[in-house]
Design a protein around this ligand. Structure first.
Ligand SMILES: Nc1ncnc2c1ncn2[C@@H]1O[C@H](COP(=O)(O)OP(=O)(O)OP(=O)(O)O)[C@@H](O)[C@H]1O
Length: 341
């Protein structure tokens, strides 16, 4: 009868919902399809994603979160409502919800996320910053006075943070992540092969043969697109070495951001990080060789967490234990903790 507490990883690319006692119960793309004329919601998640780029005039399929922040509040609210409804059946009691947000989020955006959660049917909404949730999800004990570095590469944002004593000591959030790898592939193929491909094809290429470090064996992918010279379909092959070239700018930006955070981190914590290593989370960290690339640039051992895509959702879910006795109001968990210290 009592509503279960819920943890939500409100991501640019996908939404994961964690229900206490059940684990991750829902994992769907953050896409909604609307009938523009009637203003009605047609589909959310996977079904809406299949409509992306294939809709007739009156239907729009959109991603209401862009670059890790809410760009369309109304749609985000409707989408959240639908996912909460799908994930947890509650009638009498509304659930408490922890939502994970990027560390660079502004107060206005924070308020928008909290409001969306309340409008979507939550009794109370708590926010947790993405790197903290990622660290908890990766199995790091964040409460110790020991420095850990998390590099969370999502769809729209990369959050890099140094964590110690349950808080973020130094961090940055850049709007360069998985989506920019897709864009880089589209640009590269247009420039080098004179062919136009769609976002979904680009993502597929990234997942199949994408890499930022030389692979032990060359991989190839057969691409189908529209030739820019003739306007007709064209099929050709791209190789994994070409991907390193296509991704160079994007991966360099992420490396520079990591370097910047390390430079600003107090020396004691840098020493801890060099012992503990760097942990990568988020779907973007699955681009082949990213751990090797970071390791070669920083000299610090780097590894991708198990089930990197679900880390933030697990961590958000686990953080529900922390809000056990919180009273009314909405509160950012890390700030609440800082206030208690
Ligand atoms: N196997 C894979 N190889 C490469 N990239 C992948 C793989 N699986 C997922 N991705 C990419 O990971 C990104 C999504 O990651 P994730 O689900 O962690 O992001 P998010 O939490 O929704 O986004 P954000 O944190 O920016 O709000 C997408 O760009 C997707 O293409």
């Amino acid at each position: 009868m009592f509503a279960k507490d819920i943890g939500i990883d409100l991501g640019t690319a996908s939404i994961l919902v964690y229900v206490k006692g059940k684990g991750v119960v829902l994992r769907e793309p953050s896409v909604v399809a609307m009938d523009k004329d009637k203003g009605t919601l047609l589909k959310v998640g996977t079904e809406a994603q299949q409509m992306l780029g294939r809709t007739p005039g009156n239907i729009v399929a959109i991603r209401p979160l862009r670059e890790g922040v809410i760009s369309d509040f109304d749609m985000t609210e409707r989408m959240l409502k639908e996912f909460i409804r799908k994930a947890a059946s509650f009638r009498l009691f509304k659930p408490r919800v922890v939502i994970c947000v990027p560390s660079g989020i502004t107060e206005v955006e924070e308020r928008a996320v909290v409001d969306a959660g309340i409008q979507a049917g939550a009794r109370r909404v708590f926010l947790i910053e993405e790197p903290l949730a990622a660290a908890i999800g990766a199995g790091i004990d964040i409460t110790k006075p020991d420095g850990h570095m998390i590099v969370d590469i999502g769809g729209g944002t990369t959050d890099i943070a140094v964590i110690s004593l349950g808080g973020i000591v130094e961090s940055t959030s850049i709007k360069i992540a998985g989506d920019q790898f897709d864009e880089a592939i589209i640009k590269y193929i247009r420039r080098k092969h004179n062919v136009l491909i769609g976002e979904r094809t680009a993502e597929e290429i990234k997942m199949q043969i994408g890499c930022v470090f030389p692979r032990p064996e060359e991989q190839t992918f057969e691409v189908k697109g529209r030739c820019l010279m003739t306007g007709l379909p064209r099929v050709f092959t791209v190789t994994s070495s070409e991907m390193i070239e296509a991704f160079e700018e994007v991966s360099t930006r992420i490396l520079e951001a990591i370097h910047g955070v390390l430079e600003r981190t107090p020396p004691e914590l840098v020493a801890d990080i060099s012992t503990n290593g760097i942990v990568m989370t988020g779907g973007g960290s699955l681009v082949w060789g990213f751990d090797k690339l970071i390791e070669s640039h920083t000299g610090i051992e780097t590894h991708v967490a198990d089930d990197a895509i679900s880390c933030v959702a697990y961590g958000t879910g686990k953080s529900l234990e922390w809000v056990g006795d919180m009273q009314d109001g909405t509160m950012n968990i890390s700030r609440r903790k800082q206030m208690n210290n």
